[in-house]
Design a protein around this ligand. Structure first.
Ligand SMILES: [Fe+2]
Length: 356
């Protein structure tokens, strides 16, 4: 394409600045036809001075969530839906099934007598139990009966199904690394063939075998935990004792991370989780990190201020803090917060950072 030569008004001289801009634009248009582009036009987007997130802080209050999930229970069975889950979509990521850029979150409900059929997939999943008593998740041959506050692991390619022999609906938070797996375009999944997988272990076997300071002989090295259910009954007393002994982090409270007992690492290579107790009146110091984090209030009441925005929370409320947004917790009552993020994946890649 010919480029017109501009002249300085009144001088008769060519306007070099205007001319070079026009030449550049013409060049960009020409290289676009070859599927090429100039890096210098997008450098600041590609390599920003600090992390930029598309996500925004948000909170889902359990009263609203429960009534909507119960309504879904009247519209579709667990068997029809395969998984009766209402997705928690980050409000800034409409149309995308994700709560952060890397994590999926949803609220699942299973009615008395229902079965959610067995399947498996490459995406790893966790469940944090919110409401109900006595439904189970069967994973790798262990039928884990669930209670509020339990943290249940379904690792990469582990067959899993759910059933509810109790007389009450059960609700839990599902978090999956599906957006991460899909980023790599590596997702596989399949139905198990039978609605319910055969079980050969008793409830609690994996926690007893691997989470008690001993390991069965011949336990192989694993980059994810073999424990199926980290029960609230086991974990809560630990953070209570930490709080009583004064082991309280100024930002996070009395906090433990759920560990893989084989190597002390996170429970999954892609996701890591914590349980923290905040004493009544706790005023946490500001904190930020590059892992966008999903929180659940297991007990208590408080406020988390994210980038100046106050998120009020109470029992079973779910809230999300985007990456690198400064936040601090305050607790009006003694509170317990569960949290989960992609920190292990970031640490494995050497890109995780934290700050004040
Ligand atoms: Fe699943």
């Amino acid at each position: 394409m010919a480029v017109a030569t501009a002249k300085k008004p009144g001088s008769g001289e060519p306007d070099r600045k205007h001319n070079i801009e026009a030449m550049r634009e013409a060049f960009y248009a020409r290289i676009a036809e070859h599927s090429m582009a100039p890096l210098w036009k997008v450098m600041s987007t590609l390599v920003p001075d600090e992390p930029v997130t598309r996500c925004m802080p948000a909170v889902w209050h359990f009263d609203d969530v429960k009534s909507l999930v119960m309504e879904a229970g009247g519209l579709i069975t667990a068997e029809e839906a395969k998984r009766r889950v209402l997705i928690l979509k980050n409000p800034a990521l409409q149309g995308e099934s994700r709560i952060t850029n890397t994590l999926f979150a949803g609220i699942q409900m299973i009615m008395p007598g229902e079965v959610a059929p067995a399947h498996r997939h490459v995406s790893s999943a966790i469940r944090f139990v919110l409401d109900g008593q006595g439904a189970y998740t069967a994973v790798e041959g262990e039928k884990a009966f669930m209670s509020p506050g339990d943290f249940v692991i379904t690792a990469n390619w582990a067959p899993h199904d759910h059933g509810n022999p109790s007389d009450k609906p059960m609700l839990w938070l599902d978090v999956l690394d599906a957006p991460t797996v899909n980023f790599f375009e590596t997702s596989f999944g399949e139905d198990f063939g039978e609605p319910v997988q055969p079980t050969r272990r008793q409830d609690g076997d994996s926690l007893s075998f691997y989470g008690s300071g001993v390991l069965p002989d011949g336990t192989p090295a694993m980059n994810r935990t073999p424990v199926i259910n980290y029960t609230y009954a086991r974990t809560r007393p630990i953070i209570q004792r930490m709080m009583q002994t004064g082991d309280i982090d100024k930002r996070h409270g009395a906090r433990v991370h759920y560990a893989n007992p084989i190597n002390g690492g996170p429970v999954l290579p892609t996701m890591g989780a914590y349980l923290a107790m905040l004493p009544k009146g706790f005023r946490g110091e500001p904190y930020r990190s590059t892992d966008g984090t999903v929180f659940v209030c297991a007990e208590g009441q408080g406020t988390t201020t994210v980038d100046g925005q106050a998120l009020e929370w109470g029992p079973n409320d779910v809230f999300v803090v985007p990456p690198w947004k400064r936040y601090s917790h305050t607790a009006a009552k003694q509170s317990v917060l569960f949290s989960i993020s992609d920190r292990p994946a970031q640490e494995a890649l050497g890109i995780w950072r934290e700050g004040k």
